[in-house]
Design a protein around this ligand. Structure first.
Ligand code: FAD
Length: 394
């Protein structure tokens, strides 16, 4: 079987690449190890930056998002028992869109498979990449229905299989560099079946550790609690979680948090990596397969979409116009935004975790950074631009 492009992984990156290829009638297939139902319900991100929404819109992929997303114009920091509202839209004229990742993935699967007639194979097993450094790569997998190995011949492989995929491992160590950073903290990621307790995102910067509140829908709220890395979620019974959330997000005049059953509770270790370059022969990595950003700054899905726009458009230009400039510049263009977002994530990590670091000097400088956002318009504007992500290409 022959395809021009094999896309590995049906997350935001792979599905967006697939949709761009289908719109230009480029022959492709998407391979995914999980079921359709699983990828359409996996809870993760929720914040989409305005430039990314515009990018989806330009490619005909934002109809449901624009009809259903919440548009946010501010966030609120809580520290020293006080509330500090940060109105980023007033400073920049730009907004954040809140749209849960499972809804975006559902939209993208529907558009790719049901509207654009794309080939997508769920539940495949043991995906392997071969000869990606030649001009005749192949991808093989086990068909779940027959148990037989299947081989796809192609011109390009888009490795969009996330942080735990196989694409990245195909690249020999001598041909790539993987830079890693570990913030040394964990976050307990929670999903509560409870209405949001504020009209905006809340960040609690507290001596006991960071806490976050993010709306996901009218009846669902994501919360985060800083915890030791590798902590066992069993150490966090229902009552302890709500007591810590009330304490760390508490501030004078703040309405009480709406409690509810916790439907997700898992510990994420806050670490990052970047693979350079993101290209090996005919294999192009995109999204978390190429770079992971701890969810501190809510950037991962946005970077995955940025890669997908670049890579999808570049593959289309190669196939339909014989123009290789997009593919040649892909890794460089992706990594410019990746490194910019990694730097901001590190800056935020210092602010969020400094007060609970046990180091009074770091606690002092972290709070100074935070206060500066509310005393200097220049500092606030710079922060807002990074918080919302650069609107233009770098
Ligand atoms: P994924 O979404 O991981 O998709 C990869 C796909 O490949 C998966 O479907 C996987 O099943 C499949 N796959 C894996 N291995 C194989 C294989 N061998 N063969 C075939 N398929 C395979 N980002 C934001 O921008 N904003 C946020 O608010 C935010 N919050 C987050 C909160 C949490 C709790 C977490 C965990 C992450 C958050 N992120 C956020 C990050 C965001 O979810 C990821 O960056 C995003 O999913 C990356 O998209 P992707 O398409 O690169 O990878």
């Amino acid at each position: 079987e022959r395809r021009t492009v094999v896309v590995i992984g049906a997350g935001p990156a792979g599905l967006t690449v697939g949709n761009i290829l289908r719109a230009a009638a480029v022959d492709c297939v998407v391979l995914e190890t999980e079921s359709r139902e699983f990828v359409e319900t996996r809870p993760r991100a929720g914040v989409i930056e305005e430039w990314a929404v515009r990018g989806l819109e330009q490619r005909g992929l934002a109809d449901a998002l624009l009809a259903g997303a919440q548009v946010h114009s501010a966030c609120e920091f809580r520290f020293d028992s006080e509330r500090f509202r940060f109105d980023y839209a007033a400073l920049t004229g730009r907004h954040h869109y809140i749209y849960p990742q499972p809804l975006l993935v559902t939209d993208l699967v529907r558009e790719y498979a049901d509207v654009r007639g794309g080939d997508i194979r769920f539940g495949v097993r043991d995906v392997r990449l071969h000869d990606v450094d030649s001009d005749r790569p192949t991808v093989s997998y086990t068909d779940p229905a027959t148990g037989r190995r299947h081989v796809l011949h192609c011109a390009f492989v888009a490795g969009c299989d996330g942080a735990r995929g196989v694409s990245r491992d195909t690249v020999p160590d001598a041909r790539t560099r993987m830079s890693r950073q570990d913030y040394g903290v964990g976050w307990l990621a929670l999903l509560a079946q409870a209405p949001p307790s504020s009209d905006c995102v809340l960040f609690g910067v507290h001596p006991d550790g960071f806490a976050g509140h993010m709306a996901r829908g009218p009846e669902v709220t994501r919360y985060y609690l800083q915890c030791p890395p590798g902590d066992d979620p069993q150490n966090w019974p229902h009552d302890r979680i709500w007591a810590e959330l009330h304490e760390r997000l508490g501030a004078e005049g703040a309405p009480p948090l709406n409690e509810g059953p916790l439907v997700e509770k898992r510990v994420l270790d806050m670490h990052n990596y970047v693979v350079e370059p993101m290209v090996f022969g005919r294999l192009f990595l995109a999204g978390d397969a190429g770079h992971l950003t701890a969810p501190i700054a809510a950037k991962g899905m946005n970077l995955a979409l940025h890669d997908a726009f670049l890579l999808g458009d570049a593959l289309v230009a190669h196939v339909t116009e014989d123009d290789d400039s997009g593919l040649d510049g892909y890794s460089h263009a992706s990594l410019r935004r990746v490194w910019d977002y990694q730097e901001f994530s590190g800056f935020l990590s210092d602010i969020y975790h400094g007060t609970a670091s046990g180091d009074p000097f770091l606690a002092g400088t972290s709070l100074a950074r935070l206060r500066r956002l509310f005393t200097s318009t220049a500092a606030a504007t710079a922060f807002a631009e990074q918080y919302l992500g650069a609107a233009a290409a770098f």
